[in-house]
Design a protein around this ligand. Sequence first.
Ligand code: GDP
Length: 323
Amino acid sequence: MAKRALITGITGQDGYYLAKLLLDKGYEVHGLVRPDHYDVSDRLGDITDRVTIEHAELTDSLTIRVIVERLQPDEIYNLAAPSHVGRSFSVPESTIEIVGVGCLRLLEAVRQASPRSRLYQAASSEMFGRAAVSPQNEQTPFHPRNPYGVAKLAAYWAVVNYRETYGLFACNGITYNHESERRGEEFVTRKISMAAARIALGLQKRLTLGNLDARRDWGFAPEYVEAMWLMLQQPEPDDFVLGTGVTHSVRDFCEAAFNRVNLNYKDFVDIDPALVRPSEEHLLVADPSKAARVLGWRARTPLRDIVAHMVDADLSRQRRALR
Ligand code: GDP
């Protein structure tokens, strides 16, 4: 019989790539979507008709429990979150409500109504925040520096507790930034790839950014969903750091993106101090050696190729819109 998976946040970047991966493996895929989000075809595109949509807020324990009880999913992937760190400063309470308590609600539903379900929690490098050491691994102490990181940490510990206390197969994937042509436009990578494409086509004149020297460990999203799946196929549940182990600056990303369209970023980029974050973490970079050792997983796509993929996709999209 086909395995059944439930993905929260299926309309997001990772939700799409994960759903595609699971469908290719023959899974029956269900996606949890907010009740006000009825038309998911804009987000799910070619896979819209191959997934079953379930409607629930992550703030609604009863409905979540009913869905989990009815589906008895083999695997649950909790990817739903207001994923933007910058924005979490202005909505701290709803961030912890959806990310932290939301994860707890799912765990409770699994414990009470479907204890054989395996659960993947999308944890985040933001939990390391002002990390004392670099690179970070599964033993590195946490020190989140923004509401998003605090909320993800609450969810992380809920997962560990339900694993240790109730024996649930629940795992945290501590992912560093991972990008693709499906990345939201509020993220700096997509903002840059879009701007490079639009400027090359004469649709935009300038690009305004914040801190160009900020560094990130940027990987390629379609590879990260493979690691999520691998984690749930192991004999024992465990937590893993997922990243590339290499950092690049926002400036590096800009340079590569504008080079892709034969332009020099220096001719187009303005700096707005208002876009610089209230607090920025230091040297967040993954030590993904445990994932390599146990899961056989490695990030494979170098930044240059990620940039090329994103800029090319935005060029095609913008050209289509022009026709
Ligand atoms: P994050 O790692 O989840 O915060 O991902 P982002 O893509 O939003 O930000 C990555 C880094 O780029 C952060 O250090 C930002 O401060 C920096 N950055 C510089 N300019 C911008 C900008 O215009 N927008 C965003 N979102 N980030 C910027």
